[in-house]
Design a protein around this ligand. Structure first.
Ligand code: ATP
Ligand code: TZP
Ligand code: MG
Ligand code: MG
Length: 292
């Protein structure tokens, strides 16, 4: 697998590209194959539909070769993995790798238990992931850190400062020859050379379950339609779409907390798609991204 960093990437070029990617999602309606956890199936499928994707939530590795031929992308999310799911994940990873299809890994809770620490190693040894995304504890575990304990699927209070987060994603992405994203209040993402920080989003995303998982679904959908060119830019565009929709939802008068935020967030993801189709892209100006 290879990636193709553009030498001319700037915050402005990424912001300009985001509405085009959103339109492409809606016009292409890529297959969004999600092997995800039992908690977020419905929410992640609704997010995929809101952005124009065609979700299929299939945890059956035996049908992955057929699905891999449909020019979509795959999410492997470890949130509720069992020994049986592990073998399905490995079969699907091999099927997508065989046709060069994009695969995103969300190693949910990777630093929480011995089963998960060992599970993430087995998955990474089993094939190539185009993108690995996770919270601080998860990406630290992917990097090989030991001697700390993640409390369940949540990261808890951030322990690394921005420079340490940036260095970690850069070194893992360089080692894996892929894209690595560490989410949090500020997201940091790298292709092993460049590191981009994104400060959009809203605290309400941390107050609902599955916001990290559905971001993975979103990024994988973008990769399905952006197969060529600068993948780091495409990933950042997916993050921007997701986080600006969350900001727009949180600002609404009808949103009073996590419960009312969820439907408003789906509506705003859907609205960004329509705004992009009609060229009303003022919203993209609220993007807050910087190269570190
Ligand atoms: P955790 O369970 O540790 O919160 P997660 O897998 O749910 O991890 P998050 O790190 O919460 O993932 O990230 C999910 C999305 O929510 C990302 O887009 C992230 O930028 C956003 N996000 C989370 N918390 C905040 C915050 N306080 N302010 C802005 N955006 C946030
Ligand atoms: N338990 C197992 S998976 C899961 C929970 C609560 C969902 C985690 O979702 P996210 O997006 O990582 O917060
Ligand atoms: Mg969370
Ligand atoms: Mg998560």
């Amino acid at each position: 697998a290879s990636f193709n960093p553009s030498q001319t990437s700037t915050p402005e070029s990424i912001i300009a590209r985001t509405p085009t990617i959103i339109q492409k999602l809606a016009s292409t309606q890529p297959l969004c194959h999600n092997m995800t956890n039992l908690v977020v199936q419905n929410f992640a499928a609704n997010v995929a539909l809101a952005i124009g994707g065609s979700p299929i939530m299939s945890n059956n590795g035996l049908e992955a070769p057929d699905l891999a031929n449909l020019k979509g992308s795959l999410v492997i999310n470890m949130g509720t993995t069992t020994p049986e799911t592990r073998s399905n994940h490995l079969a699907a990873l091999a099927a997508y790798n065989a046709v060069g299809g994009p695969v995103l890994l969300d190693p949910v809770g990777a630093g929480a238990t011995a089963q998960r620490r060992e599970g993430v190693k087995a998955l990474m040894a089993g094939g190539y992931f185009t993108v690995i995304k996770g919270n601080e504890g998860e990406i630290r575990t992917v990097a090989g850190a030991s001697g700390f304990q993640q409390r369940g699927v949540d990261s808890g209070t951030a322990q690394l400062d921005l420079a340490a987060r940036a260095e970690l994603v850069r070194s893992v992405a360089r080692r894996e020859r892929n894209i690595v994203l560490m989410t949090g209040e500020k997201d940091v993402v790298s292709d092993g050379t460049r590191v981009v920080a994104i400060t959009n989003g809203h605290a309400l995303l941390g107050a609902i379950t599955g916001s990290g998982c559905a971001l993975g679904t979103t990024i994988a959908a973008v990769l399905a339609v952006e197969r060529e060119g600068d993948r780091l830019e495409a990933v950042v565009a997916g993050i921007l779409m997701y986080e600006i929709a969350a900001e727009r939802a949180a600002e609404r008068e009808d949103v009073r907390g996590p419960g009312t935020f969820i439907p408003a967030f789906l509506d705003e993801l859907y609205t960004l798609r329509n705004l992009s189709r009609t060229g009303q892209n003022e919203w993209a100006k609220s993007a807050k991204i910087e190269f570190l």
